[in-house]
Design a protein around this ligand. Structure first.
Ligand SMILES: NC(=O)c1ccc[n+]([C@@H]2O[C@H](COP(=O)([O-])OP(=O)(O)OC[C@H]3O[C@@H](n4cnc5c(N)ncnc54)[C@H](O)[C@@H]3O)[C@@H](O)[C@H]2O)c1
Length: 347
């Protein structure tokens, strides 16, 4: 078992261990005295893993009810959030009880936000079951739901009490959803750790499972370091957005349909590296991204993407921050006016 402690305003542990889902009752008992929990999950993950979680909790004397909602981003909304609150009331959940998010980033984000709001805040535990959720969304305390005005626009910072990552659960992911998470893993290698990048470029989608625990551990440790320095996203945390400005623009151009976040990040990283870095680095990144069947370029004209970049919520009053990695393992935050950024990207 590997453990990482995240020293944020409320510190917590991240456990990385194959098979830990079946020991989660034991691990959770060490962070709470409560004997009552609600597991929030979706209709794909629930049937696969909820029974095992509930039985592990019962062995540790914790009784749990399960709330299930339809899988997918379209459920990360205020209606499902409200249904979760109603369920918590029906189950007489009190301030000393807790929630468990069992699923991908959608489950984690909405459960975390429910935990931040219900009774002005109760504890929650993350059991992420996608690669993206294990290496990114379950750590760092950002929780949110989507509203008509945009993705993740209503949310809160709420750190979990514990995160349990069982990489065996990743075996039931479709290749596309696994690849999506690899987009973020490649990003960590590019921004902070050249050995991680080498590990990833020397594997591919078919054999990455062989080194999954090492990969998950290293990515989470990078996220830990960045989040500890900038818990509330005021500066350094921005480097986690490498590839995201263009990536979000491509996702937005596609109307968030048929083009996933990982595909956007992968394309965004390749476009930024081709534009601002050496041909050698750009070729290396493209080859690595191709190992995971992710796209490396887009046919959409830059003039059609740029309006989406200026809507990005990371933008501040006419200025935009963008990330460039001049070599693997090193990121630079660069700032420009929206106009300068557009000129650079179109040039
Ligand atoms: N809070 C943060 O810091 C942060 C960071 C990055 C992304 N996010 C959010 O995360 C969300 C995306 O997360 P995601 O990519 O995990 O998507 P997701 O939660 O929608 O999961 C993708 C699909 O995989 C299925 N699934 C999950 N685990 C599975 C398993 N083990 N086996 C089989 N199927 C499984 C789900 O049912 C779903 O259909 C977005 O809403 C995004 O905004 C949040």
């Amino acid at each position: 078992m590997k453990k990482i402690t995240v020293h944020t305003s409320t510190p917590y542990d991240v456990i990385i261990e194959r098979g830990s889902l079946d020991r989660s009752g034991e691990y959770i008992s060490s962070v709470t005295k409560s004997k009552k929990a609600v597991v929030v999950t979706d209709d794909i993950v629930g049937p696969l893993y909820a029974d095992r979680l509930v039985s592990s909790l019962e062995k540790s004397g914790i009784s749990a009810s399960v709330f299930v909602f339809p899988n997918g981003e379209q459920s990360k909304n205020l209606t499902v959030l409200s249904n979760i609150f109603d369920f918590l009331c029906m189950k007489n959940i009190t301030r000393s009880d807790f929630l468990i998010a069992l699923g991908g980033g959608v489950v984690g984000d909405i459960t975390g936000f429910a935990a931040a709001c219900f009774l002005r805040g109760i504890d929650f535990v993350q059991i992420p079951t996608t690669l993206l959720a294990q290496i990114d969304s379950s750590v760092g305390g950002k929780t949110a739901v989507d509203i008509k005005g945009g993705k993740n626009l209503v949310g809160a910072f709420k750190q979990p009490a514990l995160v349990i990552c069982d990489s065996d659960t990743l075996k039931t992911l479709t290749p596309q959803i696994l690849a999506d998470g690899m987009g973020e893993a490649i990003k960590y290698g590019m921004i902070k750790n050249s050995e991680l990048f080498s590990l990833i470029e020397n594997h591919c989608l078919k054999n990455i499972d062989e080194v999954m625990d090492e990969l998950v551990y290293t990515c989470i440790d990078i996220k830990r370091e960045v989040v500890e320095h900038d818990e509330f996203d005021k500066g350094e945390r921005m480097i986690l957005n490498f590839g995201h400005t263009i990536g979000h623009a491509i996702e937005g151009w596609h109307g968030y349909n048929n083009f996933t976040h990982g595909m956007g990040v992968a394309t965004g990283m390749c476009i930024m590296t081709k534009k601002f870095c050496s041909k050698e680095l750009s070729d290396r990144l493209v080859k690595c991204v191709e190992n995971y069947n992710l796209p490396t370029s887009t046919d959409i004209p830059m003039s059609e993407l740029l309006p989406f970049c200026s809507k990005d919520k990371k933008r501040e009053s006419g200025n935009i921050s963008y990330i460039v990695c001049p070599e693997t393992g090193r990121a630079e935050i660069r700032k420009a006016t929206v106009k300068e950024f557009e000129e650079l990207m179109e040039g």
